[in-house]
Ligand binder design. Structure first.
Ligand code: HEC
Length: 130
């Protein structure tokens, strides 16, 4: 294939797809799945198994208080750089809870963030804010 042909094919493939179609039933199912994960996150907030010393998230962050997900990413002095929310969750797991950090895509990490974001829904996005 000539270079221009390859370029043209790439452009065609990258053309915006038609908007996804979904039904009321899909919406209901997706919302239910999301709430299931939020529920797991809420449970994790009082789960001593995330750490090693019996301390749980809810002791310092009842109802996800003072988690400020709407301010991420932002500079965090504990990490010395601009970080994402999950990295501060790991900081708390490793420090106050003396536990092992979780991978960003660990279902428990996703659940913790789903719960935090749900509790803080409606807060105005303010990336970088302290
Ligand atoms: C002993 C108290 C304590 C416990 C327990 C604790 N944290 Fe924290 N958390 C802190 C402190 C202190 C900070 C740092 C505040 C700062 O500098 O922004 C913090 C920061 C955070 C932040 C970032 C807040 C912000 O304003 O940017 C998140 C998110 C967070 N914690 C989640 C968690 C989660 C999830 C758990 C459980 C795995 C947890 N924390 C357990 C004390 C605690």
């Amino acid at each position: 294939m000539k270079r221009t042909t390859i370029l043209l094919s790439a452009l065609l493939l990258a053309a915006p797809a038609a908007a996804d179609e979904f039904t009321e039933a899909d919406l209901k199912r997706w919302q239910a799945e999301f709430q299931t994960v939020v529920k797991r996150g809420r449970a994790a907030f009082t789960d001593p198994k995330l750490g090693s010393n019996g301390v749980v998230c809810a002791q310092c962050h009842p109802n996800a208080a003072n988690t400020h997900p709407e301010t991420y990413p932002k500079f965090q002095k504990q990490l010395g750089r601009v970080a994402e929310l999950w990295e501060m969750v790991n900081w708390c797991i490793q420090n106050p809870l003396e536990g092992e950090p979780l991978a960003a895509d660990d279902p428990r990490m996703i659940a913790l963030q789903a719960y935090i974001n749900w509790e803080r829904r409606g807060a105005k996005l303010a990336p970088g804010k302290h």
